[in-house]
Design a protein around this ligand. Structure first.
Ligand code: TEU
Length: 561
């Protein structure tokens, strides 16, 4: 038993529009989640994180919020939300919500008022700036800084009415809130308190390390091959970020029990993360870092870089060692922004089941709080996208347009990367059963269902004791029953091996050896240490390895005391 309950917890992420549709409009909804809560309690997870369910024009699938204190009508009502929350609590689970406050929707009343005139009392709630001196507003180069938006194009949009530009790090329908203004911060804290008073158990905080900007906003270094500068030094881990998070803690979380806060922080470093997650500093409980999901990304965004296992291991090792004494890690392969892990790091054809289980083993046996993204527990795969017309994601469409129209890329090279890495891979509907549309909807799904659903679906996996689902159940149970999984220290072994991912965990006299074979070959682990005689706690194949010789994609967890 640890003092901080989330150290032994496993979190399950739901992307509501793709989870389960109860009313047949092709879009998932809260009633659909309520109908499937037993799937989650059977899996054994402790916490559910809901991606945004607030009213939204859905420009970025709900990460553009037009009312922070209500429910998107397509998803349900506040009454149905309360029913969902009660259903989660009745099963002994907790519920955390997505907090998206780096930006709002441009249709939020705050922004509508802010853009109405230069004298609006809310003008300063967002980042408004005139064109560069001497350049006609609206002409290329007149933007206040050279920053590109994450979704393609400039990060600035000219508002014709007042002749000024507003900042949007993401889409132009996601204007950045100005956290320098204390009224903005107070409004956000009041909203957070309102949800916590309603009974939720914490927040996942969207791009929370972008809320503090360097003032005045500086130009970024020009990026080779791009028409824009990289503004990240002006908005990643900005100068007032720690202050804001501590203020938020004092005004929202202090005095409340059993909360979980996780800050999504692209570009965060280990040293910064130690500060963010040091319990003494009262900022957040853990962060989502990106180093491991950027390991197969090169300087050229439109070139696929093959993953080097030694590199991936070095990254995890750095985070495990870095946060060993102070702070805490989150652990994830997947979320709604990443391609499917089994397609990315495993073999989603011949060894799909084996490699999905191997990946789960390696991740879940690290020290930290694991996150399971919907469908990962089934070993769901990437989607066979053909043309750009198959994609719905604003990021894919925006980056495609910028690459083709402004940067001279060919559709083929861009599509190759989007097929492998595009966010819609994670967003295809959850595969519940072999009926039409995988049982996700009786209508027309908003994004096509993966054609492999007759084989890969929850009903089939729940009935098969050897499925990925039942294996994930065991992994989650191990965290709940083996204190060494929660608290044991971490030591990477065989750091230079390109096929095997091996490490030990140790707590008092108990030690675990974890090995995952990241290859389709049979590989022997040559360890200095003698593990013969240790108990085999878990393996993903029918047969145990002899003499630490692992079959293709095999994973093993040995225990000795
Ligand atoms: O994502 C933040 C983020 O950095 C993403 O841009 C991510 O790195 C990229 O999409 C990977 O391809 C968060 C949300 O998780 C994402 O869904 C939102 O689109 C984004 O913020 C804006 O709210």
């Amino acid at each position: 038993m640890t003092d901080l309950w989330w150290k032994s917890a496993v979190v399950y992420q739901i992307y509501p529009r793709s989870f389960a549709d109860a009313d047949g409009d092709g879009m998932g909804d809260l009633r659909g989640i309520i109908d499937h809560l037993d799937h989650l309690s059977d899996l054994g997870v402790d916490v559910i994180w809901l991606s945004p369910i607030y009213p939204s024009p859905q420009d970025d699938n709900g990460y553009d919020i037009s009312d922070y204190q209500n429910i998107e009508p397509v998803f349900g009502t506040l009454e149905i939300f309360d029913e969902l929350l009660a259903g989660v609590h009745a099963r002994g689970m907790k519920l955390i919500m997505d907090l998206v406050v780096n930006h709002s929707s441009d249709e939020h009343p705050w922004f509508v008022e802010s853009r109405s005139s230069k004298d609006s009392p809310k003008r300063d709630w967002y980042w408004w700036q005139p064109a560069r001196e001497g350049i006609e507003p609206g002409t290329p180069g007149a933007e206040p800084t050279n920053w590109g938006s994450v979704f393609g194009g400039s990060a600035w949009e000219l508002d014709e009415k007042t002749g000024e530009y507003y900042l949007h790090l993401f889409s132009k329908k996601q204007p950045d809130l100005n956290w320098e203004n204390p009224e903005v911060r107070e409004a956000v804290y009041a909203m957070m308190n309102w949800w916590l008073d309603r009974g939720i158990d914490g927040f996942r905080m969207d791009v929370i390390n972008m809320i503090s900007k360097v003032v005045p906003l500086p130009d970024g270094r020009m990026v080779a091959g791009s028409s824009y500068g990289d503004g990240s030094a002006g908005f990643i881990n900005g100068p007032r970020l720690h202050e804001y998070l501590q203020e938020m803690h004092a005004k929202v979380f202090a005095g409340r029990d059993a909360m979980l806060t996780v800050g999504e922080m692209p570009g965060v470093t280990v040293d910064e993360a130690i500060l963010f997650t040091d319990p003494e500093r009262h900022e957040v409980d853990m962060v989502f870092q990106f180093d491991h999901v950027w390991a197969d990304r090169g300087a050229d965004p439109w070139l696929l870089v093959p993953l080097q296992l030694t590199n991936l291991k070095a990254i995890f090792n750095r985070w495990q060692v870095g946060l060993a004494d102070v702070g805490w890690n989150s652990l994830y392969w997947n979320n709604h922004d990443q391609p499917r892990a089994v397609s990315r790091y495993g073999d989603d054809k011949q060894f799909r089941t084996e490699s999905a289980k191997m990946l789960g083993t390696v991740l879940h046996m690290h020290r930290g709080t694991p996150y399971v993204y919907q469908g990962e527990e089934l070993g769901m795969t990437n989607f066979p996208f053909r043309t750009i017309g198959d994609f719905r994601d604003i990021e894919a469409l925006g980056q495609y347009a910028q690459a083709i129209d402004q940067e001279g890329r060919t559709p083929d090279e861009v599509l190759t990367v989007l097929r492998a890495r595009g966010r819609d891979n994670a967003r295809t509907p959850m595969q519940w059963d072999p009926s039409a549309h995988a049982g996700f909807t009786t209508g027309t799904p908003w994004l096509a269902v993966n054609p492999n659903y007759p084989e890969i679906n929850a009903e089939a996996e729940r009935a098969d004791p050897d499925s990925v689902f039942h294996y994930y159940r065991k992994l989650i149970e191990l965290r709940h029953t083996e204190p060494v999984v929660v608290d044991g220290d971490f030591t990477l072994v065989l750091p230079n091996h390109e096929q095997l991912y091996a490490f030990t965990r140790r707590l008092g006299g108990t030690e675990l050896l974890v090995i995952g074979n990241f290859s389709g070959e049979t590989v022997k682990a040559d360890l200095d240490d003698d593990w013969s005689g240790a108990e085999l706690l878990l393996t993903n194949l029918a047969t145990a390895p002899s003499d630490l010789t692992l079959a293709p994609w095999q994973a093993v967890v040995y225990k000795r005391v």
